[in-house]
Design a protein around this ligand. Structure first.
Ligand SMILES: Cc1cc2nc3c(=O)[nH]c(=O)nc-3n(C[C@H](O)[C@H](O)[C@H](O)COP(=O)(O)OP(=O)(O)OC[C@H]3O[C@@H](n4cnc5c(N)ncnc54)[C@H](O)[C@@H]3O)c2cc1C
Length: 546
């Protein structure tokens, strides 16, 4: 292994390559990709920044972290033995359970021996002379490989708020996605949580149970709906297990790979009484049903969206005693479901507790963090602990944090200036032999279902290339233009694309992320798979292979 800090032209021949494939990231994507490429008999190395496997579930150890997908619908489906031996304890598993599961997967398939932990990739440089990638770690270690596979996550690059004085705070401070491995006690402490997205909501409802006092700093309220989590009894688990083939088949058929899929009726095709009863039923049912299984037009028809928004607003008013607080918790700048819906458990009731205060930072902005707490425009607050639930530089963030350069030294970051351009969300023009798992423009939804498909497709492509003596796999300009146009067309008419959110590439905490872009594919997962299947069935003719 040589060391290198600067990119340089490689003089190595293909035979000198260290690996056939380097995978960056040991989350759900990276682990499964390693498993599949080993089956092809390839030499594979996984480089992972963390000290263990699990990705999202390794890093996000904040109190209350758990699934919004049903645990069993989220799990890997590729191994019957794995399905047979693993028991889920809760319908929406908490983070420790999921992390245990992913460690079990790593052990069961003996994956760790090809994973290098504490290895943050700082740069990846394509070398056309050898049709390979030079991958360098931040400590300067360098590896050469035919393929570079990014499995770096859509929500894996944490972001701190742009507030003055963050470093000056003398108490304990944590970002939710960099939570310590040791337990943190809130008992009797004065705690601040900044942020009320999906993570903030999970954190707040948990911390409020024990904190001496909790102050929530909210900029944008979200439409949160009940998760209705429960334990899974052994009898239920046996039933779930018996139903796996049918359940995974259903996930393949639904729009976003969830167990829920839109109701075929339009909001105005039923009577007001039927509509109200349907909304009530969804509100009382577990998981994303109210978002993903609602009337088919709530995310595209403004009037329909206004009705479900009004329904959820009424629920918030009923659940929060102080109506001035309820009013602050009701979103005014976006309709229900047009941003990621946080799932909650007694979240709104938290604001009825005497030890919890909501601060609307649109009314009284945070001016700075001080050594003893937080100063807003109207007063100073003292804290023992500040929790930053300020989320991620989503979808493209993890790419932007690596110096990735393709043919002729072109930077990926420059290539994507103004928004990502991809082929099937898997490849980028001028970046040969780079394959992205869950890259921009792939189907998201219930993510592991898309990951398994993505990995299998990439594996099929590599198998084809190996079998045909192909050493350079590239997207064509026409292929990229056509897919990028298709992704844009899929987003037309969606109310969510008129809203500032991580799904439209907006992040007020990041310089240069103030213009909306189309970063995700918003067509259906079955349509995505059909398109990718077609490309494979046609012998990858749409790619430049040689
Ligand atoms: C709190 C939270 C809850 C979620 N809940 C759900 C849910 O209920 N349902 C759902 O479908 N999805 C959920 N998600 C989305 C979740 O990210 C995906 O489901 C899934 O875990 C993604 O797996 P992945 O392997 O693609 O990426 P990740 O799990 O993000 O793993 C990426 C890995 O790449 C590593 N990495 C990144 N950059 C580098 C680098 N430069 N060098 C080395 N290593 C690097 C990271 O350390 C990380 O381990 C949730 C996300 C969060 C944050």
């Amino acid at each position: 292994m040589a060391t290198l800090t600067e990119p340089r032209t490689s003089t190595a021949t293909a035979a000198d390559l260290d690996y056939d494939a380097i995978i960056i990231g040991a989350g759900i994507s990276g682990l499964y990709q390693l498993y599949r490429l080993r089956e092809l008999g390839l030499r594979v190395l996984v480089l992972e920044a963390g000290t263990g496997v699990g990705g999202t579930w390794y890093w996000n150890r904040y109190p209350g972290a758990r699934f919004d997908s049903e645990s069993y619908s989220y799990a890997y489906s590729f191994s019957k033995e794995l399905l047979d031996e693993w028991n889920w304890n809760e319908h929406f598993a908490p983070q420790p359970e999921t992390l245990r599961y992913l460690n079990h997967v790593a052990d069961r398939f003996d994956l760790r021996r090809d994973i290098k932990f504490r290895s943050r990739v700082g740069g990846a440089y394509y070398q056309d002379a050898t049709r390979s990638w030079d991958v360098t770690l931040e400590d300067g270690a360098r590896f050469r490989s035919r393929y570079l596979i990014t499995a770096i996550g859509v929500l894996s690059a944490p972001v701190m708020p742009r507030i003055e004085g963050v470093e000056s705070f003398a108490g304990q401070a944590f970002h939710t996605a960099r939570w310590p491995h040791e337990p943190v006690s809130f008992e009797g402490k004065r705690v601040a949580v900044i942020g009320t997205g999906a993570t903030g909501v999970q954190t707040i409802q948990e911390v409020a149970k024990t904190a001496g006092h909790l102050t929530v700093f909210q900029r944008t309220p979200n439409w949160c709906t009940p998760l209705h989590n429960r334990k899974i009894t052994p009898e239920e688990m046996a039933e779930i297990r018996a139903g796996y083939p049918e359940m995974f088949k259903r996930c393949q058929e639904t729009f976003a790979c969830f167990l829920h899929t839109p109701d075929p009726r339009g909001t105005f095709e039923v009577t007001p009484e039927e509509r109200e009863a349907f909304f009530e039923r969804l509100y009382a049912s577990p998981g994303f049903g109210i978002w993903q299984g609602n009337f088919k037009d709530i995310l595209v028809n403004r009037e329909a969206n206004a009705l479900i928004s009004d329904f959820v607003a009424r629920k918030i008013r009923q659940r929060v005693k102080d109506q001035s607080v309820a009013d602050k918790l009701i979103p005014k700048d976006h309709g229900f479901g047009t941003r990621r819906v946080p799932m909650e458990t007694h979240y709104y009731e938290v604001y009825n507790q005497p030890n919890v205060k909501l601060v609307d930072i649109k009314e009284t902005p945070i001016e700075r963090v001080t050594p003893s707490g937080i100063k807003t425009s109207d007063r100073e607050y003292e804290f023992d602990i500040i929790i930053y639930a300020t989320g991620f530089d989503a979808i493209t963030g993890a790419f932007d944090r690596i110096d990735i350069r393709g043919a002729d030294g072109i930077r990926l970051k420059d290539k994507w200036h103004g928004g990502p351009r991809t082929y099937l969300g898997v490849m980028v023009e001028d970046f040969p032999n780079m394959l992205m798992l869950m890259g921009p423009h792939t189907a998201l939804g219930n993510i592991p279902r898309s990951i398994e498909y993505n990995v299998d497709w990439v594996t099929g492509l590599i198998r084809y290339a190996s079998g045909h003596g192909i050493t350079r796999v590239a997207a064509t300009p026409a292929g990229v233009a056509s897919w990028t146009d298709h992704v844009k067309a899929c987003g037309v008419g969606l109310l969510s694309n008129e809203i500032n959110s991580w799904m439209t590439g907006i992040n007020s905490n990041i310089e240069g992320k103030q213009t909306r872009i189309i970063a995700r594919y918003s067509g259906s997962a079955p349509a995505y798979r059909a398109r990718c299947d077609e490309v494979a069935a046609n012998g990858y003719r749409e790619l430049a292979l040689d």
